[in-house]
Design a protein around this ligand. Structure first.
Ligand SMILES: Nc1nc2c(ncn2[C@@H]2O[C@H](COP(=O)(O)OP(=O)(O)OP(=O)(O)O)[C@@H](O)[C@H]2O)c(=O)[nH]1
Ligand SMILES: [Mg+2]
Length: 441
């Protein structure tokens, strides 16, 4: 069990849990996704990394924040509109740049983005070897700077942002104080995202060091908050908008910098995601176990029903032949001499057969009044009804084969024993890491 509370170890615990959980779902041998699929249940494998989307006006400092966080100049920054598409920035073993199609291969859960026309050409991935902060657990999505007016985008940027925002675990919205803060397009997208992803949205006043005096900063912030509150969906007051800027050792510190607050929010999101992943794993295991139990129960009930139907069918089928056979047999027995019967089947059996033949012929004569035509009609009617009843008992349904039943049971055992045990282990690892951190504080 993890007892060392050092930062690096705590990071590796979360990383480990997410990776292991992902493997439990995608394992080619016992993957939960495959097991669930065979039961008609669709499961999504949890992601190994947390997705943080940055959005905001053009030149709000989105790309600069990513560069600062990972301590590497990976994204182009500048006063011109630098980021024109969506860039996934993530950590890896080797510095690499990938195009749109390769990006979608790397992130299959973002594949549906292709449906937004033209966006694939504006997708890219930057893989960095940086291990700064919690970067090895993150994928940043750097988005195009938003502007109003004549600026045209080659794809539906609002729709893309909303779709990506729905997939992200955290959305950082940057407002800069330099005139662009009240960009209508940004406010429109934020309002739309707030309808369904409100708890993921975090607002920041970026480049706060450029906002002048404290009073100017307050005024800009008031303006932004007022503008946000004008939107019906966003009018919930109590806006928290920390002021941040990229620290520069060459510039004297002029105002409060809450940039660490962004890092704390990212860490909280990581912890929340790990907990949610474990909770989801627990739920998925329960669903698999319940569906398997139900299917096995339904299967044995169906097998019992099939058995009953089979016996009934056998009975009615035998009736089809039994009536004419008994008539023919009784006719033959009645017309065979006693001596011959004794020779063929012995005296005892001959007596019984004669009594039986007498009973059958008396019964038929009593029913049909000794009319041959009525006997024939009754006989055919009886055979027809027996045949119909036998056909009614044909509605058996296929049941699981012995091999399939064994496989279902084995999968349920695997989920209930191995996966649930692993989940408990992950919880313990996660909790021991939290307790250790508190002990330090
Ligand atoms: N003073 C100051 N300048 C900043 C800060 N953050 C970014 N900048 C500068 O602002 C300019 C725009 O920064 P970017 O990071 O390119 O902004 P962006 O939001 O990515 O812009 P687009 O990609 O065009 O949307 C660059 O010249 C940065 O050097 C900051 O915190 N303080
Ligand atoms: Mg940029």
């Amino acid at each position: 069990m993890i007892s060392n509370p050092s930062e690096s170890l705590s990071l590796s615990v979360n990383e480990n849990i997410l990776r292991e959980c992902n493997f439990l779902y995608t394992d080619p041998k016992h993957g939960l996704v495959d097991i669930a699929n065979r039961l008609g249940l669709r499961l999504l494998a949890p992601r190994k990394k947390i997705t943080v989307m940055l959005m905001g006006n053009h030149s709000a400092g989105k790309s600069s924040f990513i560069n600062w966080y990972i301590e590497e100049h990976i994204q182009k920054t500048g006063v011109a509109t630098e980021t024109q598409g969506f860039t996934f920035v993530t950590s890896g073993k080797k510095r690499e740049s990938l195009t749109g199609s390769a990006t979608l291969l790397l992130y299959p859960h973002f594949q549906a983005l292709e449906q937004i026309e033209g966006v694939t050409d504006y997708l890219s991935t930057e893989i960095s070897t940086s291990k700064q902060n919690k970067f090895n657990l993150l994928t940043f999505i750097d988005t195009p700077g938003l502007v109003d007016g004549d600026m045209t985008y080659e794809f539906d940027v609002d729709k893309s942002l909303i779709w990506l925002g729905e997939q992200a675990d955290l959305i950082l919205v940057f407002f800069d104080p330099m005139g662009q803060a009240l960009c209508k397009r940004t406010l429109d997208v934020v309002e739309k995202l707030n309808e369904t992803q409100g708890d993921k949205l975090k607002f920041y006043l970026s480049k706060a060091d450029e906002a002048g005096q404290e009073s100017d900063r307050q005024r800009v912030m008031m303006q932004i908050v007022q503008e946000l509150c004008k939107r019906p969906g966003l009018n919930k007051c109590g806006f928290d908008m920390p002021t941040i800027y990229i620290p520069d050792d060459n510039k004297p510190i002029r105002c409060v910098n809450q940039i660490q607050e962004v890092c704390t929010t990212i860490e909280r999101t990581i912890n929340r995601t790990v907990q949610n992943t474990l909770k989801q794993l627990e739920k998925d295991c329960e669903s698999i176990a319940n569906i398997t139990k139900r299917q096995l129960e339904e299967n044995s009930a169906q097998a019992a029903r099939n058995r009953r139907l089979w016996i009934q069918r056998l009975f009615f089928r035998s009736m089809v032949y039994l009536a004419p056979l008994s008539l023919v047999a009784s006719f033959i027995i009645s017309n065979t001499s006693r001596a011959n019967l004794n020779d063929i089947i012995g005296e005892g059996l001959a007596n019984t057969s004669l009594i039986w033949a007498w009973c059958v012929s008396k019964t038929w004569n009593w029913i049909t009044g000794e009319s041959y035509l009525l006997t024939l009609t009754m006989l055919l009617g009886f055979m027809f009804i027996s045949m119909m009843l036998a056909n009614c008992c044909c509605s058996t349904k296929t049941t699981l084969t012995r091999k399939e039943k064994k496989q279902l049971g084995a999968n349920r055992d695997y989920v209930e024993r191995v996966v649930v045990e692993k989940k408990t282990q992950f919880y313990e690892m996660y909790l021991s890491q939290c307790v250790s951190e508190q002990e330090i504080i």
